[in-house]
Write a protein that binds this ligand. Structure first.
Ligand SMILES: [Ca+2]
Ligand SMILES: [Ca+2]
Ligand SMILES: [Ca+2]
Length: 317
């Protein structure tokens, strides 16, 4: 692809004007959103570690900045949700074509792990290096953790799909489905990492920013998995295309978030599985619907009554 299509910071004034118009018309695709914001400020990106410090260096910077937020993400190591300094993470590598870098430790963040569930979607924004000498550059995600005490080491790698165009600040978004995570297992450490895989000239930095995760079952993308997601799940089953457009997901993403019986598809058969998931306490809050309220919900929505009654019979609450 041509350099001017992707490079950060070298657009002409005319090109910038066009990009701004495109960003306005595209609205929801301007930058990663939905679920939980993990990291976006300079404070969020402090303390990250390079997989091989001899090959790469990391530094929080003020510019470029994909989203402009000065509120720390929910996975900030010391002050989640507090006021921070807008910016992004600069990544510079000096040699090699394949490496990793990692967030601060999330091993004690059981709220996030439970919210993520066994599978879900990670999104983040990134720029391409300014110098495009080479034929490929791709970024993925890695889930790096063990099962305590220091056994069964997991290093799960995933690549996703990239937005076709950059937003007004020069960032593209990558959307990565993850599967096979062990959300409820005690861990000595847990890091979400980024993989880079590229033969570009190892001279210029690239930038990552605005990490989000949409957990298994968070159908309304409010950062929690609870009874409020049942209605959104119903809407997704009724009209998947409309749902996907509203929430910025692909059909594959919806399967990842909504498949609760493990058959690789998102159908009515997943409703019971999702209700069982909530009842078992796998939601990210303790707000699990009582059988009575589920029955009322079922009365309001034709086709849902049978599921609600079945759930009620199983209840021991
Ligand atoms: Ca940011
Ligand atoms: Ca939700
Ligand atoms: Ca299914």
């Amino acid at each position: 692809m041509a350099y001017a299509d992707r490079g950060y910071g070298r657009y002409s004034a005319v090109a910038n004007f066009v990009i701004v118009l495109a960003a306005v018309s595209a609205s929801a695709s301007a930058y990663a959103a939905g679920g939980r914001t993990l990291w976006t400020t300079q404070e969020d990106f402090t303390g990250w570690s390079a997989g091989n410090a001899g090959e790469q260096s990391l530094a929080p910077v003020a510019t470029p900045d994909s989203d402009g937020s000065s509120t720390n993400g929910s996975a900030n190591y010391t002050a989640p949700g507090a006021a921070g300094t807008a910016g992004s993470q600069s990544v510079t590598w000096s040699s090699g074509t394949f490496n990793y870098f990692y967030s601060t430790d999330l091993g004690a963040n059981t709220s996030l792990q439970t919210y993520m569930g066994t599978q879900g979607v990670i999104k983040f924004d990134y720029t391409y290096p300014q110098i495009h000498v080479g034929s490929y550059f791709s970024l993925g995600a890695v889930l790096n953790y063990d099962t305590a005490p220091y056994a069964n080491f997991y290093f799960q790698q995933f690549f996703g799909t990239n937005s076709a165009t950059a937003n007004a600040n020069g960032f593209n978004t990558t959307t990565i489905d993850y599967t096979g995570f062990l959300p409820t297992t005690a861990k000595d450490y847990f890091q979400i990492g980024v993989i880079y895989n590229s033969d570009y000239s190892p001279l210029d930095p690239y930038y990552v920013d605005n990490f989000h995760v949409i957990g298994h079952g968070d159908f309304n993308e409010d950062g929690h998995v609870d009874s409020a997601d049942i209605a959104a799940m119903e809407a997704a089953l009724t009209n998947p295309t409309a749902y996907e457009n509203t929430y910025g997901l692909s059909a594959a993403d919806l399967v990842t978030i909504g498949d609760f019986n493990g058959d690789g598809a998102f159908t009515n058969a997943d409703l019971q599985g999702f209700l069982n998931y909530l009842k078992a306490g796998s939601g990210s809050t303790s707000t699990v619907p009582e059988p009575g309220s589920l029955l009322l919900l079922g009365l309001a929505m034709p086709g849902f009554v049978i599921v609600a009654r079945r759930f009620g019979k199983k209840s021991t609450i």
